[in-house]
Design a protein around this ligand. Structure first.
Ligand code: G3P
Ligand code: MG
Length: 236
């Protein structure tokens, strides 16, 4: 059995296990689970034909194709190799694949449409057996997150901050959540103390060094996103 080495600390497999398996793919998510992670982070975009699990705007870095993700027909996307012969998945496929086996942080990439469409997909997932407590929806785009929140208030949300965490407390209160997601550079001792005093939990991205994770935990972080979830697990 594997359990997190840092008790009370949530380890999110970033894009699955992006450091050792194709990111944002079913194989990558299975790898993260195999490494002992329970929580998996993925990125979702609102393609005209489906919600697509993919990080970049363009296809070149992560596939054998080229061009803009959202301008490529779904059938052509599905024929691409996203690494080790695996395909780019849809959000629906991921929800089917991981139901009952994982908890999922879905990061919305894009505007209000991705928020509204993801709410519809998760509403169906809740009807199909997913538990709201095993879902967490986040976004740098707070308009997208607000659209999601308005449509499906029973699923927890976390606003993401990349460059300025100054508005984090007020934003969390506006979203009626106690969770915020921060870039590493924003997780200063002062900021972590302020978040703690406000009763907020902070998850920090992207942390691949166990010593840094321990330092963040001591500052009050509630968890990290890592490309290497196996580094943070005890094998017992
Ligand atoms: O959700 C945390 C992290 O994934 C945000 O940044 O660019 O890796 O999606 P990015
Ligand atoms: Mg992400």
């Amino acid at each position: 059995m594997r359990r997190p080495a840092l008790d009370g600390f949530t380890i999110f497999g970033h894009r699955g296990a992006a450091g050792s398996a194709p990111e944002n793919t079913l194989a990558g998510f299975d790898a993260a689970l195999g490494h002992g992670a329970r929580w998996i982070e993925l990125d979702v975009q609102a393609h005209p034909e489906a919600l697509i699990v993919f990080h970049d705007d363009r296809l070149e870095r992560r596939t054998d194709g080229s061009g803009a993700l959202l301008e490529t027909p779904l059938a052509a996307l599905r024929a691409l190799d996203a690494g080790d012969g695996t395909a780019i998945p849809t959000l629906e496929e991921v929800l089917d694949h991981l139901r009952g086996r994982a908890a999922l942080n879905i990061e919305l990439k894009g505007g209000r449409a991705v928020g509204e469409r993801t709410a519809a997909a998760l509403d169906a997932a809740l009807a199909g057996g997913w538990r709201a407590a095993d879902l967490l929806v986040s976004s740098f785009d707070h308009a997208a997150l607000a659209a999601f929140r308005a449509a499906l208030p029973q699923v927890p949300v976390a606003p993401l901050f990349a460059e300025d965490a100054g508005p984090a407390i007020a934003t969390a209160q506006r979203f009626d959540t106690d969770v915020v997601h921060l870039a590493r550079d924003l997780a200063t001792a002062e900021m972590m103390a302020a978040l703690d005093a406000a009763g907020l939990r902070a998850h920090v991205y992207t942390v691949n060094d166990p010593e840094e994770a321990e330092r963040l935990r001591k500052l009050g972080a509630a968890g990290i996103f890592t490309d290497h979830p196996g580094r943070f697990m005890l094998h017992t």
